[in-house]
Structure formats: C-alpha cells, structure tokens
Write a protein that binds this ligand. Structure first.
Ligand code: ARG
Length: 458
C-alpha cells in the first residue's frame, strides 16, 4: 500500500504512476534527502517531539541507507513515486514501524525544497571550482606565450594587433564575473525551507534554527508559503549556467576558427580532437563545437523553468517537480565543459611558426600610422584619409604599409619622415597601447597580476 493510500480504494493507473513519479530522475538526491532527514530526526528527538530512542533508531537506519547507497546497493521502486517515499519505505523495511515517526511535522513539499537547496549549494561549489580551473588554464597559456602577438578583430576583420595573453585574459575576466554571480547565488541558497511543512507551518514545536545549524544554513525562510514555492535560486543557477555557457561558446568559436587551416594559430592536441570516418586528413575540434552547441540546451532549461513558474499559484503545485531534470542537466552540461576546455587549452600548441608571419600582409597598423601623422600636426580626420590612400596604394602594389617607400609615402603626405618605419611593426604597435587595460606588454603584465589576485590564483 502507498504511504498516502489510506483514502484510496483503487490502485493507481500504471501510466499515471509513471507520469507522476520522479524517482527515475531524482535518485541523486538521496544523500541530501538523508542528510535533511537526519537533521530533522535529531531535532524531533532533542525537542521531545519523538522519543530520543526512536530518534536514534531512525538516524542509525538513515545512516545505513546512505552507506549502502554509496556502495550502489539501494534499489529504487517506481511505486514509491519519489526519493522521499523510497527512502521512507527502505527505512521502514529496516527499522520497522518507528520509521513512520520521521515524517512528523514535515511534508514532502518542504522536504524537496530542502533537498534541492542542498543539491544546488553543492552544484554552485562545483561550478566555482570548474570556473577556477579554466581560469588557471587560460592564465597559464597567457603566461607561457606572453610574447605572442595576434591580430585583434572587429567585425571579424583585422583591426589592431593584441597580445594573445590580452585576448585570453578577456575570458578570465568574464569567468570572474561568473564566479562572483555564483558567490551571490550561494548566499541566496543559504536559507532553510524545512519547517514550512506542507504550506502553513506545523502544529509541533519544531526547532528550525537547530536544523539550520546542523545543515549549515545561516538563515531561515520566514514565510512558509514562500519556502515551499520558491524556485528562484534554481532560476539563478540556470541563469548562471547559461551565462557561463555563453562565455564558453565564444571561446569555443575562437578555438574552432583558430585551429582551422585558414588561421592555423593553434593546433589541438590529438587527445582533445577527433577524426573523420571518411576524410583521413581531418582533425576536428569536436569538443569546442559541442560545448558551443550545448549552450542551447542550457538556455532551454532556463526558459523552461521560467515558463513552469509563470502564473503558478501559491503554494506547492506538482508543476514544481519539473524544476529537476533541467537543473540537473544544466549543471551536468556545464561542469564537463569547463573541465574539457581547461584540458583543451593546456594541451593545445600555439603555432608560433605561423603567427610569426601573420602580419606579413596586413594593415592592422593603419591606426598607428594615422596617430603618427596626428603627432606630426595633422588633424585626425585628415590623417585618416591619408592613411586610407596609403592602404589602397599598398594593396595595388601587393605590399603592406611598411613595404611602401618613403618617397611613395611622402607623395601622399610630406609630414612623413623616416621614423615612420619605427611605428609600423606589430610589436611597436602593441608597445604603444600603454593605456590602462590596453595591450602593451607592461599594461598586460599589470592586468595579469590583478586578474590572478582577484581570481585567487597564483
Ligand atoms: N515528488 C514531489 C516533487 O518532486 C515532492 C513533493 C510532493 N508533494 C505532493 N504534495 N505531492 O515535487
């Protein structure tokens, strides 16, 4: 008979059972469910709501179930609908009737809210760790290849050269913002819902503070209706996951581009690339492509939960059971993505051989030539026009700006002197970007030190 079967005289239709039960996708909650139940049982015993002896039996029984779960020895049962009723059934099999006292002053509504808070708190910690390790990889590559200069783009057209380190550090800052959002989210999660019971609180003199303390929550939900209905923290988690995936997808897109023959700036390690079943020459960047692609499902889960919650009346509604699969899947998607990208970066080869020639036929020093003319006294708009003419002269001659003779340049503007050749090399262009946050090596060194400090990395 079902735990709630008292008022029923017919068996549940099989399809209804399958449709309404959540045990198939929430088994991972068992350790959290048990920790919550242990804290609840201890509180029931210490407040005298149940006998101390019964409380001890229940706690021992729950600890045994947890140990067996860790050994893979627990069998779940669809008939028991969800994780809470599965645990209660197993507990009853093990310690008998006294197991029935565990649910005093509690409901599955506040129980699931608690389980998800505990799970989400761990998920946030794991995400923070993953973010840190990717930041570490980005910083290591930046440091190891500090002297490498790459074209920076706007509109995916060459714009101005930047240090590879500068480019990679941009991702470190994005991830630092992600991490800060995760820290803020952890604060939001830090609130105990248990004690709300079904929706209105309980008639027993429970001690919520005691439970909160055992479970490491520093605050309580102050409204029982809010406690059982709130899924904002899961929206926060999904938004965080989405933002991280969005950032990763941008990095991935660049890794895909950079590893193409057309760029050849990097080569992925064999261990982090895959081949083609028909084209023997291929080495495909499947990991960055998949991470880029999987951002879609994570955004989808965010949109899904927002829609589940829209217009939902207080307090608990079964709709809320739809909070789970998407949240689990989002975290399960982001964690390996972070780890795999850290590995991809730390094993890839930066093709210094190719990058040494990347500026051979390139006009990404054009702004610097215009700035040079401004320093010689020309208004910037005129300088812009002169350099535009010089660029088209160079294109016609199939060369670059430094490939133009001094005479050819002076024909366009008499202010140009021999010192023009000092400002044109990519390294010189880089060195000149001394403004704070710019790409001059000294500025990037300072940025690197700040990033490491703020990320808590050394
Ligand atoms: N399995 C349910 C859920 O996941 C637990 C709460 C059930 N409460 C209820 N009144 N049916 O949301």
């Amino acid at each position: 008979m079902k735990l709630w079967g008292g008022r029923f005289s017919e068996d549940t239709n099989q399809l209804v059972l399958q449709y309404t039960s959540s045990i198939t996708f929430e088994q991972r909650l068992l350790p959290y469910d048990i920790r919550g139940s242990i804290a609840h049982a201890r509180m029931l015993g210490e407040t005298g709501i149940i006998d101390a002896e019964d409380s001890r039996k229940i706690i021992d029984g729950l600890e045994g179930i947890l140990r067996d779960y860790e050994q893979g020895l627990i069998e779940f049962n669809l008939d028991d609908e969800d994780i809470h009723m599965n645990v209660e059934r197993i507990l009853t099999e093990r310690i008998g009737e006294v197991a029935g006292k565990l649910h005093t002053g509690r409901s599955r509504n506040d129980q699931i809210a608690l389980d998800m808070h505990l799970w989400a708190r761990d998920a946030v910690d794991a995400l923070r760790k993953g973010v840190k390790s990717l930041q570490q990889s980005l910083i290591s590559v930046a440091e190891e290849h500090f002297d490498v200069v790459i074209p920076g783009f706007t509109h995916l057209q060459r714009a101005q050269p930047v240090l590879l380190a500068h480019h990679l550090l941009a991702y470190v800052w994005m991830l630092l913002r992600d991490e800060k959002r995760l820290v803020a989210l952890r604060d939001e999660i830090d609130r105990l819902p248990l004690g709300a019971a079904a929706l209105a609180g309980t008639t027993f003199a429970i001690d919520r503070e005691m439970v909160a303390e055992e479970l490491g929550f520093s605050q309580l939900y102050e409204n029982s209706l809010d406690a059982v209905s709130d899924r904002d923290y899961l929206l926060g988690l999904l938004f965080n996951c989405s933002t991280i995936m969005m950032h990763l997808s941008r990095l991935c897109e660049e890794l895909v581009l950079w590893s193409s023959e057309e760029f050849s700036w990097i080569e992925l390690s064999d261990a982090y690339a895959t081949g083609s079943s028909i084209m023997p020459q291929k080495k495909n960047p499947d990991v960055p492509e998949l991470v880029r692609g999987k951002s879609g499902r994570v955004y989808g889960h965010l949109m899904g939960l927002l829609t589940v919650l829209k217009g939902l009346p207080l307090a608990y509604n079964k709709d809320l059971q739809e909070d789970r699969e998407g949240s689990f899947d989002a975290v399960d998607t982001v964690l390996p993505a972070l780890e795999l990208l850290a590995g991809t970066l730390s094993t890839m080869r930066v093709r210094k051989d190719k990058l040494a020639h990347v500026f051979d036929r390139d006009f990404s020093n054009a702004t610097d030539l215009a700035d040079y003319l401004v320093r010689k006294g020309l208004p910037f708009r005129e300088a812009h026009a002169v350099v535009g003419q010089l660029v088209s002269d160079a294109i016609a001659l199939e060369t670059n700006l430094a490939g133009l003779s001094l005479e050819a340049m002076q024909e366009r503007c008499s202010l140009i002197g021999r010192d023009v050749y000092d400002v044109l090399p990519a390294k010189a262009v880089i060195r000149a970007r001394i403004s704070r946050g710019g790409t001059a090596p000294a500025a990037v060194q300072m940025q690197l030190a700040l990033a490491k400090e703020q990320c808590g990395l050394s």
